[in-house]
Design a protein around this ligand. Sequence first.
Ligand code: 4NP
Length: 160
Amino acid sequence: MPDRADHPESTGVLFVCLGNICRSPLAEGIFLHQARQRDMLDRFRVDSCGTGAWHAGEPADPRSVAVAAKHGIELPSIARQFDPRRDAAEFDWIIAMDRQNQHNLIKAGAPKDRVRLMMSFHPDPPVEEVPDPYYGGPDGFDKVYEMLRVACEGILDDFA
Ligand code: 4NP
């Protein structure tokens, strides 16, 4: 099992939503893209997961794939459920898309001091939580993309 203690040279960042098919795979893809653009990719270990297991094994939702592709970004994610023991050992930052995810992560055993809300990295957050776009139309995915884009830049700025 990879352990963050074995990787003092890099920071483990785990993006978390409910299903791990809409928001967190998009956040993961955007973050990887921006880190690559800034030549900072080797400073991070990046993954995403869901608090729920319903979509485990699935690629990202086609609407997240489409909005990412519009911006030249590929989404490598295959959905999986948060694993408290493994993920707490591996990741320095566990970044929840909304308060329900944050609550469920901590309830499942994530170390509270390492769990953050995604929008806390946004310099001028329009909302506190990244809304779940799953049941809405494609414009919801565009809005989520824009929030995630700015919040991911905020995370990288913290490490710059
Ligand atoms: P996500 O969106 O948490 O951003 O991946 C959802 C995906 C699936 C479901 C809910 C939210 N679902 O109920 O299946």
